[in-house]
Write a protein that binds this ligand. Structure first.
Ligand SMILES: [Zn+2]
Ligand SMILES: [Zn+2]
Length: 278
């Protein structure tokens, strides 16, 4: 498994490569812009060129772009829905410019509307987006913890979205270990992990799984409360991660950590996952 972190872009794209080196990353995830707003400027061509050159020299891949927080492709609000599709379209273009392999999106929040319709809106949003952007960048749906009105916390909901896609081959899945556990899949035990992967395989097919977010969970199984924690120090635990990282069906994937940030903490989490590799 190739390991990496979500890397901050604060101060600009030019800071990313050094941060990735400092953290011993083989792969990285970034936001392409401030994730907490709607407004942003275009990427600078020079900045993009330097970014790509540095990452190639360092053999850092895949590069993952995570969608900003505000868009909600499941929103029942027509205006927010429209803006979410525009934002997703733009993010896919930016990811392409950056030479990224994946764009990760959270499935969305139903905001009190019927789940079936919310899932339908997500599929329609993806269909519209993919129609507007010709790219090799794969869109990855990230399973959620089911916190608040979040949808996409069960594999069957994700399957329902896939069933309505016009180009399912341009879309994949990102599993976040914390979200999966918090959603009620007990990946902390040997038996639970096998059962979870079997269910994923049956409902979605393991070939749809392209990326892992490696986060331990601060909250218990099925809590529906999304709290990332340091690897091995949460409810999934060290042995849980040892099985996940070395599992024959998972070890060929990349694992991005979104653990609570800090220089010493990042170093420790990277040491932990590397130590767990058999
Ligand atoms: Zn995640
Ligand atoms: Zn999360």
């Amino acid at each position: 498994m190739r390991f990496g972190f979500h890397i901050s872009i604060s101060g600009g794209l030019s800071k990313v490569a050094q941060r990735a080196v400092d953290r011993n990353c083989q792969t990285i995830q970034i936001f392409s812009r401030n994730p907490r707003g709607w407004k942003y400027g275009p990427l600078s061509p020079d900045g993009v060129r330097l970014f790509q050159t540095a990452l190639r020299r360092l053999d850092i891949s895949p590069v993952v772009v995570h969608m900003p927080y505000l868009p909600n492709p499941a929103s029942p609000d027509a205006d927010l829905y429209r803006r979410s599709i525009d934002s997703l379209t733009e993010e896919l273009r930016r990811a392409q410019q950056l030479g990224a392999t994946f764009v990760v999106i959270h499935v969305g929040k139903h905001m009190g509307s019927p789940i079936e319709q919310a899932l339908k809106r997500v599929a329609a949003a993806i269909n519209q987006t993919l129609e507007q952007v010709e790219t090799e960048v794969l869109l990855l749906l990230e399973g959620t913890a089911g916190q608040g009105t979040e949808i996409g916390h069960s594999f069957s909901q994700i399957r329902d979205i896939f069933a309505q896609l016009e180009n399912p081959n341009r879309v994949g899945v990102c599993l976040d270990t914390a979200h999966t556990f918090e959603a009620g899949y007990d990946i902390s035990t040997d038996e639970g992990l096998e059962k979870t992967l079997e269910e994923f395989g049956q409902l979605l097919g393991l070939d749809r799984l392209h990326l892992l977010h490696l986060n331990d969970s601060k909250t218990p199984l099925g809590s529906h409360v999304d709290r990332h924690w340091h690897i091995g120090e949460g409810e999934i635990g060290r042995e849980g991660f040892r099985r996940i990282i070395n599992h024959p069906k998972l070890r060929g994937l990349s694992g991005i950590m979104e653990t609570p940030a800090g220089e010493a903490e990042d170093a420790k989490n990277m040491r932990t996952v590397r130590d767990l590799v058999l």
